[in-house]
Design a protein around this ligand. Structure first.
Ligand code: IMP
Length: 432
């Protein structure tokens, strides 16, 4: 086995950065297939906090190739800043970053549109609560076949024509939203020159890069962004991001066939969080929600927004597992749940609501209180566990309930932000 997909199984922010980082230590190539800098991975290494938004987590390991795939939307200024930050730490050598020629470029006017639309919508029920990074407008342009790919930065005539096309298509809306002369084609042509120079050493056919690595038997990790329930096709539409975040996104976003995927790990917190608008059946309100948020540090890595918090929803998790054909579950932040002195879990929805058929807007959770989570020693017993067998029985019972309801075995358990606080139950890149 040489390939593994790691994706979020909830609404993003599941602790993917940490899990992917732990797995990336054993990978030769780490490739992202979708999204952009709406994602934020917080990595803690030797007490140092590093946040990445675009570069895959393999960046922390010398010699690991980091690939940004065609399915991504890339803000070149953000990428340049991130690369400079990583190089400041002595990470990510020049030949370790590979950017797909087919990825789409986010321009300032995409960001302007995203922000202005959100401001307008904030007054009504239609606000999505986007990250305002221009993600939706960039994917919109791609679907409308006026998007600008990385390759277009090297063809000045095409670039100018495409920018003019976007200006003509978007000017009325930008004007209506008060964004002024947001598409100054000459200024953008100039900015694009700098981006082209910066990106030139990195550009590649990412599909070919992945294919060559797979054929050579190298270990390739496909790193997800956001979470399954934010998938544009299968998530809580329209409260979703604009790309495919489920495992199928690997195939389309990187040009890798489904037969090349050996295993799929889905990451879920031991509880649930959501940022932005949209249904969240097991959402908590009041002091318990506040305590969960504070204990878990549940504030967005990208926007700093407080996240809504709730109990782990096994119906939604089972749905996410099906969408991506998950072969292993990674449960993170079990230590946070242990500090609450109380745990519940959502086993079903009232009236048999089905996430795929009915959506989640009307789902009301059927909750089960978990025994033993009020034990004051639980948190410290959990913190010291370094193997699955050493986990307190209460925690193992919790994980058994999860496995049974979702029908997918546990692959990994995370008990804290440090790399050492990770228990591997399955080995990545090894046969099931
Ligand atoms: P967008 O991707 O910025 O368009 O935002 C659309 C929705 O997806 C909003 O609810 C965001 O909060 C959410 N979202 C996008 N990326 C992430 C992420 O990485 N983590 C959590 N939520 C995200």
């Amino acid at each position: 086995m040489s390939t593994l997909v790691v994706i979020g199984a909830q609404w993003g922010d599941e602790g993917k950065g940490k899990v992917v980082d732990a797995v990336a230590a054993q990978a030769d190539v780490v490739a992202r297939f979708g999204g952009g800098n709406n994602a934020g991975h917080t990595l803690v290494v030797d007490g140092r906090k590093i946040v990445t938004h675009l570069v895959p987590s393999g960046c922390l390991y010398p010699g690991t190739e980091c690939v940004l795939g065609a399915g991504m939307v890339i803000d070149p200024d953000v990428l340049a800043d991130e690369v400079a930050m990583l190089r400041g730490f002595g990470l990510l050598a020049q030949d370790e970053l590979r950017v797909s020629l087919h990825a789409h470029v986010i321009f300032g006017f995409h960001r302007d549109l995203d922000g202005a639309r959100e401001d307008l919508a904030a007054r009504g029920p239609r606000a999505i609560g986007t990250t305002r990074r221009g993600i939706g407008p960039a994917y919109e342009a791609k679907a409308a076949r006026r998007g600008i790919q990385v390759r277009d930065l090297y063809d000045r005539a095409t670039l100018r024509a495409r920018l003019e096309q976007n200006r003509d298509a978007l000017a009325p809306e930008l004007e209506r939203l008060g964004c002024g002369n947001a598409i100054d084609v000459d200024a953008l042509m100039k900015a694009a020159e700098g981006w082209a120079r910066f990106l030139e050493p990195t550009i590649c056919d990412a599909s070919a890069v992945c294919h060559a690595a797979i054929v050579a038997g190298r270990r390739v990790l496909f790193e997800g962004a956001q979470g399954a329930l934010l998938d544009v096709d299968h998530g809580t539409y329209p409260y979703v991001t604009s790309s495919n975040t489920t495992a199928g996104g690997v195939c389309t976003g990187l040009g890798v066939g489904p037969t090349a995927i050996d295993a799929v790990w889905g990451i879920s917190k031991a509880y649930a969080t959501r940022v932005g608008a949209g249904p969240f059946p097991s959402r908590l309100e009041g002091p318990l929600a506040d305590r969960l948020r504070d204990t878990g540090g549940e504030y967005g890595a990208t926007t700093g927004r407080p996240r809504d918090c709730g109990w782990l929803d096994l119906v939604a998790l089972r749905y996410a597992a099906r969408l991506s054909g998950m072969t292993g579950l990674c449960i993170t932040k079990l230590d946070v749940l242990a500090q609450l002195g109380h745990a519940e879990i959502c086993l079903a929805y009232e009236d048999g609501i089905d996430p795929g058929r009915d959506g989640l807007a009307l789902a009301r959770p059927v909750l089960r209180k978990m025994d033993g989570w009020d034990d004051p020693r639980l948190a410290s017993d959990l913190a010291s566990a370094r193997s699955y067998e050493a986990l307190p029985p209460v925690a193992r019972a919790y994980l058994d309930v999860v496995t049974e309801a979702v029908g997918v075995p546990i692959a990994l358990v995370s008990l804290g932000a440090e790399r050492s606080q990770t228990i591997f139950v399955q080995r990545p890149f090894e046969s099931r």
